[in-house]
Design a binder for this molecule. Structure first.
Ligand code: GLY
Length: 349
């Protein structure tokens, strides 16, 4: 499974070259209502997309369903797609995950290209070949690993994002900083997310996505080191599921809160420096606030952790850190340790 990621400053040329180099008969372009209105106009005029058949689906994670997937399959089938058809996904993580899965399953698999338009999908979702949909109330419950032919990142699309979506993607960048090295980590904590310098952010996207690419190349199917990318996600997914039945939150917010929890566990279990953890806690609280859980929510949150794909019935698995860049996969915590972690999350340092 290869990941060909191109950071482009000329999307017209990059997309044209990419489409010309992938042999195909028909071409489909998948977007959601938002990216169809805000991002498609940037590429619509290109002659390489002259014959592309657009498929437009609802925006937001609530649309990442079997019904939407069937809508995409049907549009491809009605549009005469064959095994040699190419699908271009233009959008955030919902579009690239669902579109990647549609492409991976249609006629046993057609090629696809991702053009991520959100920060979260640029640095994480569009890269690495995890595709899928939500099912039965569970996120990404159904899916396959299957990498896109190419990922084209044009950081100009970041200008279309609101502050919450910048912060959502930024949490995954923080995670990449924590699992890589001090200099990336320090730059991330110093960056002013309230007054975004898009040129610097664009450069930081390149650094961040390279962290993910290296890990995915080494372990595409998540047998080992790819689990590093799950830092913050065991607790994060539990927060996200908890919020889903109350007031849904963006994925990256849940990851930011999950990082507080899992860096705390790293401090108490694997010797992560307290001072670094405090810096992250401060950054997260300052920018993301906190999800208002109480101790009455602990059992429910623990229940979500036991449902996570990474866990067996009675052990909760975490990726922890010994220090920045020192990744320790397959760590476990008992229920009482997880409750202490949640106490720390609520009450702070
Ligand atoms: N988002 C984590 C991964 O791609 O493995």
């Amino acid at each position: 499974m290869t990941n060909n990621v191109i950071i482009s400053t000329n999307i017209a040329q990059t997309l044209t070259d990419t489409i010309e180099h992938i042999a195909h008969d028909k071409l489909f372009l998948l977007a959601d209502q938002t990216t169809y209105e805000q991002c498609f106009p940037v590429v619509k005029h290109l002659s390489c997309l002259r014959h592309a058949q657009p498929i437009v689906i609802g925006a937001t994670d609530a649309c990442k369903t079997l019904d939407t997937l069937a809508q995409v399959w049907k549009a491809m089938s009605d549009g005469g797609a064959t095994r040699h058809t190419l699908l271009v996904n233009l959008g955030g993580g919902m579009v690239t995950d669902l579109g990647g899965f549609a492409a991976s399953t249609f006629k046993r698999g057609v090629k696809y290209v991702n053009i991520p338009t959100t920060l979260l999908s640029m640095v994480d979702a569009s890269v690495g070949g995890k595709t899928g949909i939500n099912f039965n109330g569970l996120k990404n419950e159904i899916g396959v690993f299957n990498a896109p032919e190419t990922v084209i990142i044009d950081t100009e699309f970041l200008r279309t994002l609101d502050h919450d979506n910048i912060l959502s993607g930024y949490a995954e960048m923080l995670k990449h900083g924590l699992i890589s090295n001090e200099s990336i980590f320090t730059q991330l904590l110093r960056f002013d997310v309230d007054h975004v310098d898009y040129k610097t952010l664009g450069e930081m996207v390149g650094t961040s996505v390279a962290v993910k690419e290296r890990i995915v190349e080494e372990d595409p199917l998540e047998h080992g080191i790819r689990k590093a990318l799950n830092l913050g996600h065991t607790a994060g997914h539990a927060f996200e599921s908890w919020a889903l039945t109350r007031k849904p939150v963006l994925h990256g917010y849940a990851v930011a809160w999950g990082l507080i929890c899992e860096l705390y566990l790293s401090c108490v279990q694997t010797g992560f420096p307290m001072e670094k953890m405090r810096q992250v806690v401060h950054f997260v609280k300052e920018n993301y606030g906190l999800l208002p859980i109480t101790c009455n929510d602990y059992d429910e949150l623990y229940g979500y952790m036991t449902h996570d794909k990474k866990n067996t019935a009675d052990t909760i698995n975490f990726t922890l850190l010994g220090s920045i860049g020192n990744i320790l996969i397959n760590q476990t915590a008992r229920k009482e340790e997880i409750f202490q972690m949640l106490d720390f999350y609520r009450e702070g340092v």
